[in-house]
Design a protein around this ligand. Structure first.
Ligand SMILES: Cc1cc2nc3c(=O)[nH]c(=O)nc-3n(C[C@H](O)[C@H](O)[C@H](O)COP(=O)(O)O)c2cc1C
Length: 230
């Protein structure tokens, strides 16, 4: 791959939130994970473990998450997450502004107004069903690696997965919503207690006719976030 293609791939990647129902071949998923796991990791410990959930088990997981969401069950992800009451109290200023901007962009594309609480709730339910992607990839880390450090490695392998999947013609959305109810995920997918569930990735063929997939999110001007020191 020429460098210009790599830069284009990085620049083009974006989250996909509507999928076709077509299955993804197992071989393609394995190829993506094989190449993605060339990611660097501290001490080359390669802390990532992948669970690919498809078919009936995925349906069961989606149903269980939706039912937990509808009954207001508390979300108890295995890793600390922004904006969870009592966990990380400080999420305001520019960070909150960006979050709000994202929400506005999404609801504007979908034609859901500020007052349309039902429309918003429906969209959130769609997210809780992992946007009906035909596969959900879950990344876990052994609990013996209990510090924050392996999370950096998971970030690196995750972006590799998103980019490799794109090269294979698949759309992806990295998602906290897949791992918000780890007790359910553990039980239904069969992930042992000895593994920390870190993040999920919805993956499938993008439904290019769905307006949400036209979303192109904003980025801060790089000049504002860089300090040269010489
Ligand atoms: C750790 C992490 C968790 C995320 N969880 C969700 C999620 O639960 N639902 C969702 O729709 N998008 C989720 N996203 C996607 C972000 O909203 C998205 O990456 C961001 O808005 C930038 O847009 P882009 O990916 O299209 O460039 C998550 C992204 C990351 C990195």
């Amino acid at each position: 791959m020429f460098i210009v293609e790599l830069l284009k791939a990085i620049g083009d990647r974006k989250s996909i939130r509507a999928f076709k129902s077509n299955k993804i071949p197992k071989k393609a998923l394995l190829d993506i994970l094989r190449i993605a796991s060339r990611a660097p990791s501290g001490l080359n410990c390669q802390p990532w473990e992948f669970f690919i959930v498809r078919g009936k088990v995925l349906e069961q997981l989606k149903r269980a998450c939706l039912s937990a969401h509808r009954s207001g069950e508390p979300k108890t992800p295995d890793i600390q997450v922004y904006r969870m009451k009592g966990i990380v109290p400080k999420f305001d200023g520019i960070f909150n502004q960006r979050r709000v901007a994202l929400g506005k962009q999404i609801f504007s594309i979908l034609g859901i107004s500020k007052e349309d609480k039902e429309g918003q709730a429906k969209w959130v339910e769609n997210m809780v069903r992992f946007y009906d992607a035909p596969a959900a990839l879950i990344i876990a880390v052994d609990r013996s690696l209990r510090d924050e450090w392996p999370l950096l490695d998971i970030g690196l392998v995750s972006e590799n997965i998103l980019l490799a999947a794109q090269e294979y013609g698949f759309g992806t959305c990295i998602m906290r919503a897949i791992v918000d109810y780890p007790l359910l995920v553990r039980k239904i997918v069969g992930i042992p207690e000895s593994k920390r569930i870190i993040v999920g990735i919805a993956i499938g063929y993008a439904d290019t006719t769905h307006p949400i997939n036209s979303l192109r999110t904003e980025r801060e001007n790089v000049q504002k976030i860089v300090t040269f020191v010489e």
